[in-house]
Design a protein around this ligand. Structure first.
Ligand SMILES: CC(C)(COP(=O)(O)OP(=O)(O)OC[C@H]1O[C@@H](n2cnc3c(N)ncnc32)[C@H](O)[C@@H]1OP(=O)(O)O)[C@@H](O)C(=O)NCCC(=O)NCCS
Length: 249
C-alpha cells in the first residue's frame, strides 16, 4: 500500500473534506510527482477494458472466498479490523469507529467512480461483513503501474484467506485492469507482511528509507514488485483457475 501509507492517508483525508476527491488525491493517489486523472476525461485505456470497474466493481470468487465492493454494513466489522492494534502495528491509523469506517467506505466508492481507486472487501464462509480489504490504485494515469495494499482481521491470519484473496486481486489487476507492474511497500519490521508478499512471488527491490510515518515515527519500507509477465508465467505453470462473477452496484 503504500501499505502503511494508505490507512493514514485515508484516515487523515476522512477527517478533512469528505465531499470531494481533491484531498484524498493529494494524499494517497497523487503524490506530487504523479499526474492527476481527470474523472471526466479518463484515458482511452480505461474505456477499452471489458469490465468497467469504475462503474461496477465485480465480485471475485474462489471457493469460499468472496471479494466485493465495500458496503455501509461493513462499517462495524471494518472498524474492528482496522482499529485493532495488532493489525495496525505497521500501518498508520485507520478508521477506528463505525462512523469513521462509514466515511471511509463512502469515499472508496467515490474514488472508484472517479476511476482512481479500487477497494475490495473480503468475506469468507459464514461471514457476510468484510473482514479485511485489498486496495489497488494507479501510480500513473494508464494504470500500467499500480500499488496495492491489504489488511485482514487478526483472527483470519494464517488461515489461507490472505493467499486466496491476494491471488484473486492480482489476477484481476493483471488480467482485467491491465496492470504491468504492481508495487507494494511494507515496513521492514513487518515480518508477516513481508513474508506474505514474498510468498505471492513479489520481488524485493530494496529499502525505501524512512519513507512513511507510522505510529509517530518514520519507518523504512521494503519496496516489493510483481510483474504481469512473471505472474502469467507462474499461472501457466501452475494452471490456476480464477472465477470472476457478478457485479456489485
Ligand atoms: C499481511 C496480512 C494480510 C497477511 O495475512 P496472513 O494471513 O497473516 O498471511 P499468511 O499467514 O498467509 O502469510 C504470512 C507469512 O508470514 C510468516 N510469518 C509469520 N510470522 C513470522 C515470523 N516471525 N518470521 C518469519 N515468518 C513469519 C508466516 O509463516 C506466513 O508464511 P507461510 O504461510 O509461508 O508460513 C496480515 O498479516 C495482516 O493483515 N497484517 C496487518 C496489516 C499489514 O501488515 N498489511 C500488509 C502491509 S505490507
Amino acid at each position: 500500500m503504500a501499505n502503511s501509507a494508505m490507512l493514514s492517508d485515508l484516515y487523515e483525508s476522512m477527517n478533512g473534506s469528505v465531499s470531494g476527491l481533491d484531498q484524498y488525491d493529494a494524499g494517497i493517489l497523487q503524490p506530487s510527482t504523479r499526474q492527476p486523472v481527470d474523472a471526466d476525461h479518463l484515458p482511452k485505456f480505461f474505456s477499452q477494458r471489458p469490465l468497467e470497474w469504475w462503474h461496477h466493481l465485480p465480485e471475485l470468487v474462489s471457493g469460499d472466498v468472496r471479494l466485493r465492493e465495500l458496503c455501509l454494513t461493513d462499517a462495524p466489522s471494518l472498524a474492528e479490523t482496522l482499529g485493532s492494534a495488532k493489525v495496525g502495528e505497521h500501518l498508520s491509523s485507520g478508521p477506528k469507529s463505525v462512523a469513521e469506517a462509514e466515511k471511509f467506505i463512502a469515499w472508496t466508492r467515490r474514488a472508484r467512480r472517479a476511476g482512481r481507486y479500487i477497494c475490495f472487501g473480503v468475506t469468507t464462509q459464514g461471514v457476510d461483513e468484510a473482514v479485511g480489504l485489498f486496495q489497488v490504485w494507479p501510480l500513473e494515469p494508464s494504470f500500467c503501474t499500480a500499488e496495492w495494499g491489504f489488511a485482514l482481521g487478526h483472527r483470519y491470519w494464517g488461515t489461507g484467506l490472505f493467499v486466496t484473496a491476494a491471488r484473486l486481486v492480482t489476477a484481476y489487476a493483471f488480467d482485467t485492469i491491465g496492470v504491468q507492474r504492481l508495487e507494494a511497500r511494507s515496513a521492514v519490521d513487518n515480518v508477516r507482511g513481508n513474508a506474505a508478499l514474498k510468498k505471492l512471488g513479489a520481488v524485493s527491490e530494496g529499502v525505501l528509507r524512512k519513507c512513511f510515518m507510522a505510529n509517530g515515527e518514520y519507518r523504512d519500507h521494503v519496496m516489493w514488485s510483481m510483474l504481469a509477465d512473471d505472474w502469467r508465467a507462474a499461472q501457466e505453470s501452475k494452471g490456476r483457475a480464477l472465477q470472476v462473477t457478478g457485479n456489485v452496484a
